[in-house]
Design a protein around this ligand. Structure first.
Ligand code: NAD
Ligand code: MG
Length: 298
C-alpha cells in the first residue's frame, strides 16, 4: 500500500488544478461539498509511534491542513482535542471517527476562536479531558481576498487579525501556563509572509505577524522546555481557497506558479507538524518549516 514513505515523483503525486476546480462556496466551506476533495491522508498516512501518549489541541481540525494534522497526530499515538466552527460539524464528525479508528481519544469542541473565552476554555478542556496538554497546533485561519483597499472593511481586517493572530496569542498564553517541559507549539504562517499577494493585504499581514510572534515566543519559553515553531505552507488545496480565499477565476491556475507546477495537498503538510511536535526536533526552535512546492522563502 502507498503511504507517505513510498517513493513517488512529487511533480505527479497529485494532479494539477484545471477548469473543473472553478467552483466557489460561501464560507466557511465544508470539505464534503468540494468537487475535488483534498487528500488529508485518510487512506495513506501511516504512523510509527512518533507522538505516543501525547495530548494535542488542534485548531481548524475539521478540514484541510488541520484535518490532515489531526489524523497524523492520532496515528502517531496522540489523543486530540479538535477545534472548529459549529457550521463545520459534518467535516469534524469524519475526523472524530478517524481519530477513534486510530485507537485514540477525540474530543470535539466547536466554537469561535475570535472569542478569547473560547480559546481559554479550549486549553482548559484539553487539560481536563486528556489529562494535560503537550502539543498545541494553531492551524485555524481566515483568508478572504479583496481586490482594492477601498473595499477592505475594518470588520474584515479585524476578523482576520482576531482569527489568525489574536487567537494564536490567547491559545499560546493559556497553553504555556500549563505545558510541561518537552511540549511543542506549532503555528501556521504562509508563503504569503514572504511573497504577499496584492489581494491579500490583511491575510498576508497576519502571516508576517505570526512569524515574528513565533520567533519571539520561542526564545521566551525555551528555558521552560517548550519549543515554538511554525509551518509555512505554499498553495494547498483546501476549503479556505474555494470559500473566498481566491477569486473563482484564479482557481483553475491554483498552484501552477510553484516549481512543482501543482497545488499541495493537506497530506503533504501534516508530516511537518508531526516533526515539529515530536521530540526528534528537540534542538529546533523559532524555525519556520516551509512546505511551498519550491517557492523560495528567505
Ligand atoms: P481550512 O478552511 O480547511 O481550515 C481553516 C479552518 O480554520 C477552518 O476549517 C475553521 O475550522 C477554522 N476557523 C476559521 N475561522 C475560525 C473561527 N473564527 N473560529 C474557529 N475556527 C475557525 O483551510 P486550510 O487551508 O487548511 O487552512 C489552515 C491554515 O493553513 C490556515 O492558517 C491558513 O492560513 C494556512 N495556510 C493555508 C494555505 C493554503 O493554500 N491552503 C497556504 C498557507 C497557509
Ligand atoms: Mg473547515
Amino acid at each position: 500500500m502507498t503511504d507517505q514513505y513510498t517513493m513517488q515523483d512529487p511533480t505527479t503525486r497529485y494532479p494539477k488544478a484545471d477548469q473543473s476546480y472553478q467552483q466557489q462556496q460561501d464560507g466557511p466551506a465544508v470539505e464534503q461539498q468540494m468537487p475535488h476533495k483534498p487528500d488529508a491522508g485518510e487512506s495513506s498516512y501511516r504512523g510509527s509511534g512518533r507522538l505516543q501518549g501525547r495530548r494535542a489541541l488542534v485548531t481548524g481540525a475539521d478540514s484541510g491542513i488541520g484535518r490532515a494534522t489531526a489524523i497524523a497526530f492520532a496515528r502517531e499515538g496522540a489523543d486530540v482535542v479538535l477545534s472548529y466552527l459549529p457550521e463545520e460539524e459534518a467535516d469534524a464528525r469524519e475526523v472524530v471517527a478517524l481519530v477513534e479508528e486510530a485507537g485514540r481519544k477525540a474530543v470535539a469542541v466547536p466554537g469561535d476562536l475570535t472569542d478569547e473565552a473560547y480559546c481559554t476554555q479550549l486549553v482548559e478542556t484539553t487539560v481536563r479531558e486528556l489529562g494535560g496538554i503537550d502539543v498545541l497546533a494553531n492551524i485555524a485561519g481566515k483568508q478572504q481576498h479583496s481586490e482594492d483597499i477601498a473595499e477592505l472593511t475594518t470588520e474584515q481586517f479585524d476578523e482576520t487579525f482576531r482569527t489568525n493572530v489574536y487567537a494564536m496569542f490567547w491559545l499560546c498564553k493559556a497553553a504555556v501556563a500549563v505545558m510541561p517541559p518537552g511540549s511543542a507549539i506549532i503555528n501556521t504562517t504562509s508563503i504569503q509572509a514572504y511573497s504577499p499577494a496584492p489581494i491579500l493585504l490583511d491575510y498576508a499581514s497576519t502571516k508576517y505577524a505570526i512569524n515574528g510572534f513565533t520567533k519571539a515566543l520561542a526564545q521566551q519559553v525555551a528555558p521552560k522546555g517548550i519549543r515554538v515553531n511554525a509551518v509555512a505552507p505554499g498553495p494547498v488545496w483546501t476549503p479556505l481557497q474555494v470559500a473566498g480565499g481566491q477569486p473563482a477565476h484564479a482557481l483553475p491556475e491554483f498552484g501552477a506558479e510553484t516549481p512543482l507546477g501543482r497545488p499541495g495537498q493537506p497530506a503533504e503538510m501534516a508530516p511537518a507538524y508531526v516533526f515539529l511536535a515530536s521530540a526528534e526536533s528537540s534542538y529546533v526552535l523559532g524555525e519556520t518549516l516551509a512546505a511551498t512546492g519550491g517557492m523560495p522563502t528567505p
